[in-house]
Design a protein around this ligand. Structure first.
Ligand code: HEM
Ligand SMILES: *[C@@H]1O[C@H](CO)[C@@H](O)[C@H](O)[C@H]1NC(C)=O
Ligand SMILES: *[C@@H]1O[C@H](CO)[C@@H](O)[C@H](O)[C@H]1NC(C)=O
Ligand SMILES: *[C@@H]1O[C@H](CO)[C@@H](O)[C@H](O)[C@H]1NC(C)=O
Length: 506
């Protein structure tokens, strides 16, 4: 990729100098000072500096230029925010101005012209969808009402890992965790588990990658026809796959041919939505939105994309850190023995009592925020922040990854995994403390936090309580590979494997 870009730089060299020349002639002098940042070469801007792991490159640049940094991604003015104080300015003080999302081509395709929630323009439609999703899926009482679903799936998870433990084999933890998250989330979202359907997971993984990748064509429009990164092709394929998948499901419900697996104690999200097909979603409001197939598909894509991968990735990173830190596992198991005891599995009602577990999860999110640059925001008007001029339609990237490594906040051992740092600290991860915002905060903060946190706490607690874990092939804890792979979410580059041993009595 870098070499392609370098080649282009050379090819465009002459053109660039022309444009530079032209620019200096035409820019009118003004005292509106942009935040500091590296000088962007024309046309391609600072894109070439992002490399394979943009959050890390931006972290290094921010050390040089400061927590409010200005760069150019192609022709798009971009502000990179990398400190808690700065994040507070953008996500709280001036939240309204930065509550929009940039138009991302991937989302145009995948969610029918941004009819979902994640990449939808700030405004009445987005507000309605968000409210609706919270009341039917993501709100606290709704999340609690799904507890019986999770309980049944926990039993099968433990059973299947236990079988593997008896055989003495090595478990593909990435796969096992991905599967159980998929099952739990699908039951909540679709009302059934998707085991028998076409593989949804690969489609979602591809979606996350496509939504997160820095699309050269988005930033440098005249290169679009070349599709240098091969993104366009992949996008079409994924989009077709997702549409076909949801069309089939909607058809099934409409024709009443879904095979209900079991009587359910709850109503799942998808059935509620399909039952409202072609009726207004918000009958009591002045401006009403009729819910059509496209809306349903778009919202579903967003729900599935926002829940499967984020939750799985968070669990994978936490388990990876645990495998690297046996001391922390011992602490956790001790807490679990005290609170739960060795005679039974963890119940959801135990979770509030597991304070060390909460510290472990915070620490894992600090070092491995699942969405390292959150989801990009966009400014809707010219504004001055901290003395800097931020033009309208700038893209805002909040580097949560960088903030988790800030030595002035986390002291000199910022790079170390040490849950005890939260022992006497009031810092929480729910968005009130700007040092730790893995779920974002403010108007665009993650509405699925409750669902995500409950699911991941339960799965981690269960796996640590019921099993001892060991790395395969005599890998030492300190040797476990922790390489990251960039996308909208930041999964492990390599899958995680470990050997379980059952540790409960009976
Ligand atoms: C560990 C799990 C999760 C993490 C770390 C996470 C993180 C995030 C982050 C960082 C954002 C962007 C916030 C911003 O732009 O300021 C976000 C947005 C969002 N998340 Fe989550 N999320 C998780 C789970 C979920 C789940 C389970 C759902 C449920 C469907 C969900 C639904 C959404 C939606 C719909 C948005 C877009 C909100 C908007 O633009 O208005 N998330 N999430
Ligand atoms: C990249 O941008 C081009 C042009 O804006 C668009 O046609 C294409 O679909 C985009 N691809 C992705 C993955 O966003
Ligand atoms: C482990 O699981 C991942 C994710 O499900 C899968 O892609 C990978 O091929 C698996 N690896 C092995 C060796 O089975
Ligand atoms: C937290 O406070 C307690 C009591 O004041 C103290 O014993 C403990 O060492 C502190 N822990 C940390 C990590 O500072």
């Amino acid at each position: 990729m870098l070499s392609t870009m370098a080649l282009f730089l050379v090819l465009l060299g002459t053109l660039c100098s022309f444009i530079y020349f032209f620019r200096t002639l035409t820019t009118n002098k003004n005292d509106r000072k942009l935040p500091p940042g590296p000088t962007p070469p024309p046309i391609i801007g600072n894109l070439y500096m992002l490399g394979k792991l943009p959050h890390q490159s931006l972290h290094r640049l921010a050390q040089r230029y400061g927590p409010i940094m200005s760069i150019k991604l192609g022709h798009v003015p971009t502000i990179v925010v990398s400190s808690p104080e700065a994040a507070e300015l953008f996500l709280k003080v001036h939240d309204v101005v930065f509550a929009n999302r940039p138009k991302v081509q991937a989302s145009d395709y995948l969610t029918c012209g941004a009819k979902g929630m994640v990449f939808t323009e700030y405004g009445p439609y987005w507000r309605m969808v968000r409210k609706w999703c919270i009341s039917h899926l993501l709100g606290t009482w709704k999340v609690e009402s799904f507890a019986p679903v999770r309980k049944a799936d926990m039993v099968s998870l433990v059973e299947s890992v236990r079988t593997m433990a008896v055989e003495g084999g090595t478990l593909n933890l990435s796969q096992q965790v991905g599967k159980v998250v998929e099952v739990i989330m699908s039951r909540v979202i679709f009302g059934r588990c998707m085991d028998d359907e076409i593989e949804l997971k690969p489609l979602i993984e591809e979606t996350m990658y496509l939504a997160g990748v820095f699309n050269l064509s988005d930033y440098v429009p005249f290169l679009a026809p070349l599709d240098l990164q091969g993104i366009e092709r992949r996008l079409k394929r994924t989009s077709n796959g997702l549409h076909a998948f949801f069309d089939k499901l909607i058809d099934e419900i409409e024709q009443g041919s879904t095979n209900i697996e079991e009587p359910k104690s709850y109503t799942d999200f998808f059935h509620v939505m399909v039952s409202l097909l072609n009726t207004p979603m918000n009958p009591t409001d002045k401006v009403q939105y009729i819910i059509g197939r496209e809306n349903i598909k778009a919202i579903m894509v967003d729900m599935v994309a926002a829940s499967f991968d984020t939750t799985t990735t968070a669990i994978e990173w936490t388990l990876s850190e645990l495998l690297r830190h046996p001391r922390v596992v011992a602490g956790l198991q001790q807490e679990l023995e005290t609170v739960v005891g060795k005679n039974r599995m963890v119940e959801e009602s135990d979770l509030p009592k597991l304070t060390y577990l909460n510290m472990v999860i915070k620490e894992s999110f600090r070092l491995h925020p699942v969405a390292p640059l959150l989801v990009p925001h966009e400014s809707t008007e010219d504004i001055t922040v901290n003395g800097y001029f931020i033009p309208k339609i700038s893209r805002i990237l909040v580097n949560a990854w960088s903030m988790g490594r800030d030595r002035t906040v986390w002291s000199d051992n910022a790079e170390e995994f040490c849950p005890e740092r939260f022992e006497n600290s009031s810092i929480d991860l729910r968005g009130h403390d700007f040092q730790l915002i893995p779920f974002g905060t403010g108007r665009r903060g993650c509405p699925g936090m409750q669902l995500g946190l409950t699911t991941l706490r339960l799965i981690i607690a269960q796996l640590v309580h019921c099993f001892d874990w060991e790395l395969p092939d005599a890998i030492l804890p300190s040797e476990l590979d922790m390489t990251e792979k960039f996308g909208l979410t930041l999964p492990r580059a390599n899958h995680l494997f470990a050997k379980p041993t059952y540790r409960l009595v009976g």
